[in-house]
Design a protein around this ligand. Structure first.
Ligand code: APR
Ligand code: PHB
Length: 390
């Protein structure tokens, strides 16, 4: 097989890039290790920045999001029994976010790719990248038991944190930065109305909690748990009881509980790979960086990578100008590190750290009190939460 851009990974990053390129007349093939159902079974955050909302519209995938997504103008932070609202709109010069699940974004992208006859090869195995430093790289894999090969101009590694693309960059040419947090998030999805019309990020001596939503009849809640916990250690009753303890009484009194339809634990990690380009391989999204979910920057940061690479590849193919692809790694990484900083800061502000001493606890308290006594601090939070410019 032959194409212009071979994209490894059919998650939101790979699908969005392939859809945007297609609309510019640039050919791509997506190779994905899993089935479509498996990809759509993953539950991830659901808060979209303006930049991603605009990209989805540009990709022709914004119709359902605009119809079913909810524009949010603020969110709450609770601290033991107190609760304060962060007015995103007032503090960011009119910025808002769109609450629309990542699963739905991915479904819309699959539907759009199918409608345009986009080529997505599912259930492929043993993907390997070759000749990345040459003008004609190629990708090999197994499909239905047969060896396959795709020749292309560029390879895009959109295959997530555990993919094959990043390790294809020889070690001397990449540097990895990592921070692993000493806790995870236990998440529950339930067919219940959300407890609050806007998200609540909760801090409490017992640990962090988050009240989020997918729609007016589907809620997503999280609690911070030790890394040693397993989802099966938590009955639905135990989860709801613990969540209620971490929320102010004014909120927990209104919480409607019900059976969980999904329950999982995600560890928290910050990770960046420098560089995001090696020869004619470009890394995008989780393949190059991971943020802890506090602040919902994962998908949004993947989207800014896609934006830079999409414009770089379009300029290369349509105008013969390679400046955009040459600047890709530098531009993408500059924004990635800012999203890393914000996610790390919000994680530090809101969680209980098992190893922290009395001084650290006072610092967290002071950070919190400063935030709600300073318009400048709230403006900084709001500016980052709605998304820094591309
Ligand atoms: N060969 C082919 N496909 C692969 C391989 C491989 N060796 N390894 C992984 N994949 C596929 C995975 O099955 C997955 O579908 O690559 C895809 C990567 O998708 P994601 O992990 O979702 O990463 P990405 O598309 O960058 O999405 C950005 O934003 O909210 C965050 O972490 C969240 O997934 C989210 C991310
Ligand atoms: C979610 O809805 O799953 C969600 C929302 C906000 C976050 C993280 C996750 O910061």
């Amino acid at each position: 097989m032959k194409t212009q851009v071979c994209i490894i990974g059919g998650g939101p990053s790979g699908l969005l890039l392939s859809q945007l390129l297609h609309r510019k007349g640039i050919e791509s093939i997506v190779v994905e290790r899993q089935s479509c159902d498996h990809v759509l079974g993953r539950i991830r955050a659901g808060v979209l920045e303006r930049g991603l909302v605009d990209l989805l519209r540009e990709a022709g995938c914004g119709v359902r999001m605009d119809r079913e997504g909810e524009v949010h103008h603020g969110f709450y932070i609770s601290h033991n029994d107190a609760i304060e609202r962060v007015d995103l709109e007032a503090h960011s010069g009119g910025g808002t976010v769109m609450v629309y699940g990542q699963t739905e974004v991915t479904r819309d992208l699959y539907d759009a790719r199918a409608a345009m006859g986009g080529v997505i090869l599912h259930n492929v195995q043993d993907v390997a990248l070759h000749d990345l430093k040459s003008q004609s790289p190629h990708v090999t894999f197994q499909m239905d038991g047969e060896d396959q090969r795709i020749d292309c101009d560029f390879v895009v590694g959109a295959d997530g944190f555990h993919g094959v693309s990043r390790p294809s960059i020889p070690e001397p040419d990449r540097r990895e930065f990592e921070k692993v947090y000493p806790f995870g998030w236990l998440g529950v999805l339930s067919e219940t109305p959300p407890v609050s019309p806007e998200l609540i990020y909760g801090t409490h001596e017992r640990g962090f909690c988050l009240c989020s939503m997918r729609s007016q009849v589907l809620s997503r809640y999280y609690i911070q748990v030790p890394l040693s916990d397993k989802p099966e250690d938590w009955s639905d009753e135990a989860f709801w009881a613990e969540l209620k303890k971490r929320l102010p009484a004014s909120v927990s009194d209104k919480l409607v509980t019900g059976p969980s339809i999904e329950k999982s634990i995600a560890p928290l990690r910050s990770f960046v790979c420098e560089t995001m380009r090696y020869g004619n391989l470009f890394l995008v999204g989780d393949a190059a960086h991971i943020v802890p979910p506090t602040g919902a920057k994962g998908l949004n940061t993947a989207a800014s990578d896609v934006h830079y690479l999409y414009h770089g590849l379009s300029d290369h193919y349509l105008n013969g100008d390679s400046a955009g692809i040459d600047e890709y790694a530098e531009k993408a990484l500059a924004r990635v590190w800012k999203a890393e900083r914000f996610s790390w800061w919000m994680t530090k502000l809101l969680h209980s750290f098992p190893e922290s001493g009395a001084f650290d606890a006072r610092m967290q308290q002071a950070d919190f009190e400063y935030l709600f006594s300073s318009d400048a601090a709230q403006a900084s939070l709001a500016e980052n939460y709605v998304g820094l410019p591309y």
